[in-house]
Ligand binder design. Structure first.
Ligand SMILES: [Zn+2]
Length: 255
């Protein structure tokens, strides 16, 4: 049987491997449209397609349990928190220099996203005798690409902000929050009555997805796209489309 601890660990540490990009800093810097444009497509998918799809799908389930008004208010809160958080990081007084704002926004986004990824992984292991996780060459490579791209979302702004390797690696570690998150569903189902555990599990992941969606929107339009467009070039839309379609194809084989 597939072991959750092995999968959770692998899943949590893959983004750290993106640190190899450090050797390609110069190449990355001269291909701004391709790199920032491509990652814009990836962020658009993760936030506006992937996370938002969870919000829309789970809304039905939550409405069934909590009722229409409570569910709408609950998800509205999540979307609002994501937007306020994004605004605060980009425009608030806490972080003063522009390159660092993008670093912290990207890091927070990947932290949120990694918790969500961990919860999905952990949920696959709840209750079932045989976990519904597929393991084959295709799924494994898709997962590796998916998690490396998430590492790159943190590292590209880090390079632009000229951070030292140690600082770069430290922020990259946030992606490993998927490891503890993978144990949350199991913990819920062990400690709460079945029905309560199921509701709490859906409510937590949907709330996080709502925060991720509106936060990711701001990271995209305030953080990544303006840099992709900085030279008023004509190639970044191509890269954005490629990034979006590429990460969508990758997700056909994960989760
Ligand atoms: Zn992910």
């Amino acid at each position: 049987m597939t072991d959750l601890s092995v999968l959770a660990l692998a899943f949590g540490v893959i983004p750290l491997a993106a640190i190899f990009l450090y050797s390609f800093r110069e190449t990355i810097a001269v291909h701004r449209e391709a790199v920032w444009g491509g990652l814009s497509g990836v962020i658009a998918f993760l936030a506006l397609s992937h996370a938002m799809a969870f919000v829309l799908l789970d809304k039905g389930q939550l409405t069934f349990i909590l009722g229409e008004a409570a569910t709408t208010f609950f998800l509205f809160m999540g979307l609002g928190i994501g937007a306020v958080l994004g605004w605060f990081i980009f425009e608030g007084p806490l972080i003063r220099t522009e390159p660092s704002r993008i670093v912290w926004a990207a890091t927070s986004f990947i932290a949120l996203h990694s918790i969500a990824d961990g919860l999905i992984l952990g949920t696959d292991f709840v209750g079932a005798l045989v976990p519904s996780v597929r393991i084959d060459a295709l799924t494994v490579s898709a997962t590796v690409i998916h998690r490396l791209a998430e590492g790159a979302i943190i590292l590209i702004p880090v390079f632009a902000a000229s951070w030292k390797p140690r600082g770069s690696f430290l922020v990259l570690i946030v992606a490993a929050v998927s490891i503890p998150a993978a144990y949350v569903p199991g913990f819920l189902f062990q400690t709460l009555p079945l029905a309560d555990a199921a509701v709490t599990n859906i409510a937590v992941s949907t709330f996080l997805a709502a925060i991720e969606a509106s936060f990711g929107l701001l990271l995209l339009v305030r953080g990544f796209l303006p840099i992709a467009m900085i030279d008023r070039g004509s190639r970044w839309p191509v890269w954005t489309a490629l990034g979006f379609i590429g990460i969508t194809l990758v997700h056909f084989f994960v989760e």
